[in-house]
Each structure stands twice: as structure tokens, then as C-alpha cells.
Write a protein that binds this ligand. Structure first.
Ligand SMILES: *Cc1c(COP(=O)(O)O)cnc(C)c1O
Length: 242
């Protein structure tokens, strides 16, 4: 796999036809509108296409429309698709819960991991990142609403986890990710807490530039709060059937 650059064709410059293109255009318009509303540059928010359960053909089609970053949740499914799409210039993000017996393959295959949440995972990913590959780009997942069943470190565990990552040259800490609770409270409050943690982390480490917040249903409040990367599945590919 070749190194990936992070600068991609702007997706809004490409021809748009068919249902997938239509949905991409709608997501793009929502992003643009939310950025304008928040008085932020459109270029300050990246789009991650969440392709779990979607076929390699759907990914290929979206790639051809200019989307360059895709997120996968399940290793076995991702291994199959990454193999089928190995000729495509795609930046792959692992965004699913991390199991320690999966870290070796994840460290070998992915460009980014957004769901790092404990030191054991940090250690394994760093030890297992192949020497010929560039540093693995890492986000720490924060369990901002303290849900017992959810992945992510608690806010008070963040500092120790940050220290363990920045000590490893095989890893490049880029920022934070969260999935707020579905219904327990207004996600705006969770987004704002994440933004505060992100700002404080940015003060401490110069390379921090990524706050991964917002999905199909809440990309607008996420951008308003300061998200720099929205993760969209349903509203790009249509409803998941599996
Ligand atoms: C599935 C998933 C998404 C996308 O959710 P949609 O509501 O389909 O846009 C984003 N982030 C993570 C971590 C996911 O698992």
C-alpha cells in the first residue's frame, strides 16, 4: 500500500448523476451550509464516508466522485474490501471497537485508527505497525456520555493515554473522536465538551488537528461545535439493510 496524501480533489467540483451522487451532493450542501452558519471555512471540515456493510463497488463509485477517505468498523469485512480495492488511492480509517487480538491486522492495513481507547491498544498498535509504513494516524475515542457499554476512554483518563501515544514514533496522535449517546441528552452538550477537550489538547501538542464528531443525523451541531471531520454512512449510501 502506498503512502496517502491528505489533499484530495474537492468533491463539489465533479460531475454529479445517479442516486449516490445525489446523496453526496446533499451531504456536501449540508456541510457547506453548516460551515457558513458557523462562519467556518468549508475546507476546515473533512468528510469520512462510513462504508461498513457497503460493497466494494459502492466504495469505488464514491471514490470516483472524489471522496478519498473511508471508515470501516469490522476487521474481517474491511480486510476483504481493502484487498478488492488495493488499486484505489483511498485513505482507510478504522472506526470500530478495538479488540486486542485484531490490532496486528489493523496496524498493517489502515492509515488511521479513530477508536484508540486504552494503553494496551496503544502498545500493540505501535509494536505491530510495519516498519516500512508511515506512522499510524491516531484519534482517541472518548466515551463522553459515560455509557457503560460504549468504547472510549473517560475524560479523566485522557491525559495518561495521550502521553502513552506521543511517546511512540510509530503513532501520530491527531486528535479526538466521540459518538455521543443516542437519546440520553442533547448531543450539543456532548459536542461542546469534546470541543473543550480538543482545544486543550491542541494547546499541548502542535500536531493535533482533528476532531471527529457528527454523523448523518447530527452533522450540523457537530460542525457548529467545531468538528473537523464528519463520519457519514446512511445519508451517503442510503439506509443500511444489514
Ligand atoms: C456507523 C457509524 C457512523 C455513521 O453513522 P450514520 O448514522 O450511518 O451516518 C459514524 N461513526 C461510527 C463510529 C459508526 O460506527
Amino acid at each position: 500500500m502506498s503512502d496517502k496524501t491528505e489533499n484530495r480533489e474537492p468533491v463539489d467540483k465533479l460531475p454529479v448523476t445517479g442516486p449516490l451522487a445525489k446523496r453526496l451532493e446533499q451531504v456536501q450542501q449540508r456541510m457547506n451550509r453548516a460551515c457558513r452558519q458557523a462562519q467556518r471555512a468549508v475546507s476546515s471540515v473533512r468528510l469520512l464516508a462510513v462504508s461498513k456493510t457497503r460493497s466494494s463497488d459502492e466504495i469505488r463509485a464514491l471514490r470516483a466522485m472524489g471522496v478519498g477517505a473511508f471508515g470501516e468498523n469490522y476487521l474481517a469485512e474491511a480486510e476483504r474490501k481493502l484487498h478488492q480495492l488495493s488499486q484505489q488511492d483511498i485513505e482507510w480509517h478504522f472506526i470500530g471497537p478495538m479488540q486486542s487480538n485484531k490490532t496486528k491486522a489493523i496496524a498493517a492495513l489502515f492509515d488511521w485508527v479513530q477508536s484508540v481507547d486504552r494503553e494496551k491498544i496503544v502498545r500493540r498498535l505501535a509494536d505491530q505497525r510495519p516498519a516500512q509504513r508511515p506512522a499510524l494516524q491516531v484519534l482517541i475515542q472518548v466515551n463522553i456520555d459515560r455509557e457503560p457499554q460504549k468504547s472510549g476512554c473517560l475524560p479523566e483518563q485522557l491525559d495518561a493515554l495521550v502521553d502513552s501515544i506521543v511517546q511512540r514514533k510509530e503513532l501520530n496522535l491527531r486528535g479526538l473522536m466521540a459518538i455521543p449517546a443516542a437519546a440520553s441528552r442533547d448531543s450539543t452538550a456532548s459536542f461542546e465538551e469534546m470541543a473543550a477537550l480538543f482545544e486543550s489538547l491542541k494547546q499541548q501538542h502542535a500536531q493535533i488537528d482533528t476532531l471527529s464528531l457528527g454523523m448523518s443525523s447530527d452533522l450540523e451541531p457537530a460542525i457548529e461545535a467545531g468538528s473537523t471531520m464528519i463520519r457519514i454512512g446512511t445519508d451517503l449510501f442510503g439506509p443500511r439493510t444489514t
